[in-house]
Design a protein around this ligand. Sequence first.
Ligand code: THU
Length: 126
Amino acid sequence: MSEELYKVAVDYASRAHAPYSKYLVGAAVKTKCGKIFGGCNVENASYGGTICAERTAILKAVSEGFKEFDEILVYTDSDEPWPPCAICQQTMAEFMTVTTKVHLANKDGVKKEMQYGHINPFPFRL
Ligand code: THU
């Protein structure tokens, strides 16, 4: 696991805009060429407008021209580290492969390491 990804995700969690859920999430993606992009959840008073940390990080990378990823780390200060939500998993399907590493972390460090194909083996595709 990349120590650097963990630090970036922790840092971005502190930037979360989460006045409604108070659930602060940070994510960090590493591109194939080694660049790291971080993101946080950005909530909206119209709840459906909320963007998760994973999508913020991925969309930042894609909008800067980076579409291929080796790893993603998701950090939140909960006892149980949960996998990315289904909407984020579908966004991940667009830019990640079955072997892309997914690290789930909390304050105690990385708690679960898996591959994208394990959490979403059958994504929607056109
Ligand atoms: N959230 C994420 O940032 N990532 C996920 O994968 C699940 C949920 C955020 C969205 C919302 O701001 C808060 O966590 C509670 O759902």
